[in-house]
Design a protein around this ligand. Structure first.
Ligand SMILES: Cc1cc2nc3c(=O)[nH]c(=O)nc-3n(C[C@H](O)[C@H](O)[C@H](O)COP(=O)(O)OP(=O)(O)OC[C@H]3O[C@@H](n4cnc5c(N)ncnc54)[C@H](O)[C@@H]3O)c2cc1C
Ligand SMILES: NC(=O)c1ccc[n+]([C@@H]2O[C@H](COP(=O)([O-])OP(=O)(O)OC[C@H]3O[C@@H](n4cnc5c(N)ncnc54)[C@H](O)[C@@H]3O)[C@@H](O)[C@H]2O)c1
Length: 468
């Protein structure tokens, strides 16, 4: 059967549903196609389930720390992973159901279930249905990558998706990859009671971030008993007595990491390979991403790519911002552009790591005349009061214009406190502006004006070491 719409939206992730809401409210007819779970990765297998389980892990950690706060003795407790999962599943189900209901009841929106594939630049097939529209918005997201590690086909392994379905705690979880997925699951499962080993080919965690960030994060994880095997340049997989083994050396490996479970957390790949892109005249790049311009338009007129599938962001906030740019430019005569967006993200460790703008290494590499302010969390009153003094706050400022270049916070409350710096940077404000702010006592943010008051020249002749 053939259907004609003003717009087709493929994927109900973080951009598609909101775009459907805006377009239909503006009088467009929309066909929205989703093949699996409404809400996509973030709601079903990403942000929501992991942060729900991180909350359970934090509760277990707090119980174990009770004596440090003058409490106790705390009765023996057990972690019941099936119940942790049930709590997480109920939070996910409620979010997914709310989104599905909204879309199913949205006037002018018709929801199709199935995989959409191009037949031409303006038509797509979903099962027996042929859908046609002059505007097509791809919001197809991604999935865990399966890199060609030697031995991968012989070893059962978990991904960030399948790990969330476990009901029994791994005795020893070995994680390959120390990006956000690897780090968040490492601390979560360690706190829930597993032994955890991280194997990473770079010589430090979070290699795209500053050395001091990597060191602080490594300290946080090591202090909880997580084993770090960094600089593992030659990773291969095997099995001994039915259990996974990760070798970290190209030579005979005298000390491979053995575990009860193996998680591969080595990045994601975009869901562009089964769209029949060639029928639309579209071509993905070498890694499968769809190249887009500043307004998220692909090379084919009438086709946009939003969210993770365009390779211009890898987060929920970037996917949502893609929707805002497209909607503003199509419906509000806006002139919003991708490059207006500040790079910002957080890793939900405890304490978290949050970052906006340039790193110290990037400022040094560019040779920008700069000032830097840095304060350890041991000198942040609220952190001391909470007994959570790991990490630091660091800000970078242009030495001539006083404009804020970037900031990193590894520390309690850092994922929230960073937003005052994000806001100031978006408003193109200066260090002097930050110093004049009066923040509420006693908070972590309260010390941010102080850090902007303690700036020292950054020696940009010292270049960062090359990291892989
Ligand atoms: C474990 C984990 C934790 C994360 N935590 C965070 C976090 O804390 N903060 C953060 O900002 N980001 C986080 N992310 C990243 C975040 O989840 C993604 O960046 C975000 O979901 C991308 O949204 P999207 O709309 O681009 O794609 P997705 O959310 O992946 O949605 C794409 C949708 O398209 C559907 N689809 C694909 N192909 C087709 C087709 N051909 N036809 C029909 N439907 C199709 C899929 O089924 C899916 O529902 C996390 C990711 C993971 C894996
Ligand atoms: N808090 C958050 O915002 C959050 C949380 C989880 C995931 N995410 C997003 O999900 C995506 C996936 O996260 P991820 O941690 O899987 O990916 P990643 O790209 O951040 O990290 C992958 C890690 O695997 C290592 N690696 C990759 N290929 C390898 C190889 N062949 N051999 C050895 N090591 C290899 C890399 O060195 C890297 O440390 C990212 O885009 C991330 O931004 C975000």
């Amino acid at each position: 059967m053939n259907h004609s719409f003003d717009a087709l939206i493929i994927g109900a992730g973080q951009a598609g549903p909101s775009l459907a809401g805006r377009l239909t409210a503006a009088g467009w007819t929309v066909g929205l196609v989703e093949r699996k779970n409404f809400g996509g990765t973030c709601v079903n297998t990403g942000c929501t389930p992991t942060k729900a389980m991180i909350a359970s892990a934090k509760a277990a950690h707090t119980l174990r720390q009770a004596a440090n706060y003058g409490l106790g003795p705390v009765p023996e407790f057990t972690v019941n992973l099936a119940q942790v999962k049930a709590r997480k599943d109920s939070i996910v189900a409620s979010s997914r159901a709310g989104l599905e209901k909204w879309l199913q009841q949205m006037p002018n929106c018709t929801v199709f279930r199935g995989t959409a594939r191009f037949l031409s630049p303006t038509t797509m097939q979903v099962g027996d249905e042929v859908l046609e529209a002059k505007h097509i918005f791809l919001n197809v997201g991604g999935r865990p990558a399966s890199p060609p590690l030697p031995g991968i086909s012989e070893v059962p392994y978990l991904t960030s998706t399948t790990l969330l379905a476990l009901e029994e705690l791994p005795t020893h979880l070995v994680i390959v990859g120390a990006g956000a997925v690897g780090l968040e699951f490492a601390q979560m499962f360690r706190r829930l009671g597993s032994e955890v080993t991280i194997v990473e080919r770079s010589r430090r965690l979070l290699p795209h971030d500053d050395e001091d960030v990597s060191a602080a994060v490594a300290d946080i994880l090591a202090a909880e008993g997580i084993t770090l095997r960094l600089g593992a340049e030659c990773i291969s997989l095997g099995q001994e007595e039915g259990q996974p083994v990760v070798h970290v050396s190209c030579e005979d490996d005298p000390s491979p990491s053995r575990g009860s479970h193996l998680l591969l957390a080595m990045g994601r790949q975009p869901n562009t390979d089964d769209l029949a892109l060639e029928k639309a005249g579209l071509q993905a790049d070498a890694r499968g991403y769809l190249p887009v311009d500043e307004e998220l338009r692909t090379a084919v007129p009438g086709i946009w790519a939003l969210g993770d599938c365009n390779g211009r962001g890898a987060f929920t906030h970037t996917a949502y911002n893609d929707f805002e740019i497209v909607a503003a430019n199509l419906l509000d005569q806006g002139q919003r552009r991708l490059s207006d967006r500040l790079p910002a993200w957080a890793v939900y460790l405890d304490p978290p790591y949050a970052k906006v703008g340039l790193t110290e290494a990037e400022v040094r590499a560019a040779g920008t005349p700069a000032l830097m302010g840095k304060r350890p969390m041991t000198k942040v009153g609220r952190a001391v009061e909470k007994g959570e003094t790991q990490g630091f706050m660091k800000v970078l400022v242009h030495a001539e214009t006083d404009q804020i270049l970037g900031a990193s916070i590894v520390g309690t409350g850092g994922d929230e406190a960073i937003h005052c710096i994000i806001t100031a940077m978006y408003a193109q404000q200066t260090a002097a502006f930050m110093r004049r702010n009066v923040f509420i006592h006693p908070t972590v943010s309260e010390l941010i004006p102080t850090v902007f008051g303690e700036l020292k020249p950054l020696d940009t002749t010292v270049k960062p070491a090359a990291d892989k």
